[in-house]
Structure formats: structure tokens, C-alpha cells
Design a protein around this ligand. Structure first.
Ligand code: FES
Length: 344
């Protein structure tokens, strides 16, 4: 067993020397500066809602291009490519801790429920330790339990530490653990895909950009290990069937469940699926007593949604779309908001 700066013994580890540690927002701003200097125009708040014969449809207009790259976190095009059965969305949690000594390295536990550790410096100059973990499939478990578990681990490993901040993240995981970067589908040669970075978005996106740019520039053949057209069915099959079974179970469970209470019984701060005049609606009563009520069915492929009381969102257990309490889309593949329901 080797000595290590982590507060527990490490039986074995794989080391990657000379890793870069950088601030993602500063990095993104640098990229923006480069793009602007090159004359690239960026249009924010232009959600793509469909792809029709290679034309991208947004709510405000249509975008024509020789080549289109789908890098919308999760592909929003449904049937072509069947990516909804090849990618699972996962949520994970991070605590920023004050008190633990800064770490020289960055560490990632390789067990399925392993933790990650890295230091960072806050805007006020204080050193913080970022403890991440407790990942699970989106819409499948209650978030409060995960924050509690992470805080318990923080107190055990770093007695006396205080939690300064906490947040959660959502990642796309491919069935075989390898990102998708390349042609979207054999039949559609000028549509490309970059997604499924399996929690390694900062590095995976850089590699994907190179792969896709090279393919577009050369018009060449797909040879990369990242190719979305790869035939690795034996690797992907167990997860494919697990995902299909899971989707079916969630679908049926949600449709046949009966709400445990009526809308009028919802107290301030509470949310969930309730009965309103004989219909199932999704409702959250905010702390001031205001009602936020929606149709709790995902517009992507009609899966019943679950209330996430910790983050005040509606989460889809089938493919991981998320919506705020008023139905606005937070995470794709859904592109349309939830309909409003309940009393006017
Ligand atoms: S994200 Fe596919 S049904 Fe909800």
C-alpha cells in the first residue's frame, strides 16, 4: 500500500502524470474570444426543435447548412439512430468543502459508487475541496438522500469541514462507455454527432471536435473508435436491454399509479403527482403558497414524470429530460415545455 495524500488508504491506483487543471468558465470565455476574432457568430436562446431533411428547425426560423453537428448534450432527434436507447442520463452531486487541506492531485474512485476529489480556489481566494459522487440514473432516486450521503462522507473523511456550496450535474452515459463522435447515421452523411462523454465532457468534447472537424473537412470514411456507427452490439446489448426494460417498467408504473392525495392537501413546500377533479396533475405549492401545476407527462416519448423535491424539478426516468416547476425544459431530449394544468 502506497502513501497518498487522501485521508484513507489506497490499495492500487493508475496515475496519469501532467494532467491539466483549469477553470471551465475561463476556458469557455477564451474559446469565445477566439471564435469572435475568426468572425464566427453565436446565437443563444435558439433551441433546435427538429431536424428536417438536414434543415435545423428552431422556434424563430430554419437554419440551412452543408453540414450539421448535433451537440445538444442528448440528441433531440428521436427515431433515426435510436440514440434514446443507447444513452442513459445520470445525475451526480458535488460539495465544495471549506477546511480540508488543498490536494496536489485530482482523484477519481473507479468503483461504481466511487468518489472524486479535487481542490479549487474560490473567488474570495479561499481553498475549497470539491467532493463528488453518489451518481444515479436521472429520475430514479430522491436527491435529498444523495446530498445527505455525500455530506456524511465529507464529515467522516474531513472532520470539522463545512459545506460552502453544493450542486448537481447531469451527464450522458453511452452503453459501451465510449463517446459518440462522427456521422449520425450511415444514410445521413452530412449530419454529425458529438455526445455521450460519460462525465468527461471537458476532454471528450475536445477529442470529438477534432474527430468531427476532420471528417467534415476531408469527407472521408469513419474509422475512429468514437464512431456512432460502430458495431459493438455485444458490448452494448446488456445495457440496451436493461434500458428498454427499465423504460417499460417506469412507463407502466407511472401510468397505473394512483395519486395518494388531492391538490387541496398539498402544503407549502410540497410537490408531486396529485388528484385534481379526477385527473392526475403535477403540482408544487411554493413556500408562499403559490401553485405551480403542469401535466406530468414527458413530451419526448410520453413517460410519466417524477417530482424531484430537492431541486424543484420534474425529472423523466425514461431518458432523463428535466423541467422546472412551471414546465420549462431544463435538460433535453425533450424540446417542448409541459402543458399547464390545474385551476386557472
Ligand atoms: S426523456 Fe424520453 S420520455 Fe422523457
Amino acid at each position: 500500500m502506497k502513501e497518498c495524500e487522501l485521508p484513507f488508504p489506497v490499495a492500487a491506483a493508475l496515475q496519469f502524470p501532467r494532467q491539466a487543471r483549469f477553470h471551465p468558465l475561463k476556458f469557455a470565455r477564451g474559446l469565445l474570444d477566439v471564435l469572435r476574432r475568426e468572425g464566427v457568430r453565436i446565437y443563444e436562446n435558439s433551441r433546435a426543435v427538429a431536424l428536417e431533411d438536414g434543415v435545423t428547425v428552431t422556434r424563430d426560423g430554419r437554419v440551412y447548412a452543408k453540414s450539421t453537428v448535433l451537440c445538444t448534450h442528448y440528441p433531440f432527434v428521436n427515431l433515426r439512430g435510436l440514440y434514446f436507447s443507447r444513452i442513459v442520463q445520470s445525475r451526480s452531486y458535488v460539495l465544495a468543502l471549506e477546511g480540508p487541506p488543498p490536494l496536489r492531485g485530482m482523484y477519481l474512485g473507479c468503483a461504481e459508487d466511487g468518489y472524486s476529489f479535487r481542490s479549487c480556489r474560490a473567488a474570495d481566494g479561499k481553498d475549497l475541496l470539491l467532493l463528488g459522487g453518489c451518481g444515479h440514473k436521472t429520475g430514479h432516486e430522491t436527491e435529498a438522500a444523495h446530498y445527505e450521503k455525500l455530506e456524511e462522507t465529507a464529515r467522516r473523511l474531513f472532520p470539522g469541514c463545512t459545506v460552502k456550496y453544493r450542486w448537481s450535474a447531469q451527464d450522458c452515459m453511452t452503453n459501451d462507455g465510449i463517446p459518440y463522435a462522427g456521422r449520425y447515421r450511415q444514410m445521413e452523411g452530412n449530419i454529425y454527432l458529438a455526445c455521450g462523454f460519460n462525465k468527461w465532457g471537458m476532454t471528450g468534447s475536445m477529442a470529438a471536435a477534432r474527430v468531427v472537424a476532420r471528417l467534415i473537412a476531408s469527407g472521408g470514411e469513419e474509422t475512429s473508435v468514437f464512431s456512432p456507427l460502430r458495431s459493438s452490439f455485444s458490448l452494448q446489448a446488456p445495457e440496451f436491454f436493461r434500458q428498454a426494460g427499465d423504460t417499460a417498467v417506469n412507463f407502466l408504473k407511472g401510468y397505473f399509479s394512483v395519486p395518494g392525495r388531492e391538490l387541496s392537501q398539498l402544503l407549502p413546500g410540497e410537490g408531486g403527482v396529485v388528484d385534481y377533479s379526477g385527473a392526475k396533475i403535477g403540482a408544487w405549492r411554493d413556500e408562499e403558497g403559490g401553485l405551480h401545476a403542469v401535466d406530468p407527462v414527458c413530451p419526448h416519448m410520453h413517460c410519466p414524470l417524477r417530482w424531484n423535491g430537492e431541486e424543484k424539478t420534474w425529472d423523466c426516468p425514461c431518458h432523463g429530460s428535466r423541467f422546472d416547476a412551471d414546465g420549462k425544459v431544463l435538460e433535453s431530449p425533450a424540446v417542448h415545455p409541459l402543458s399547464r394544468r390545474g385551476p386557472d
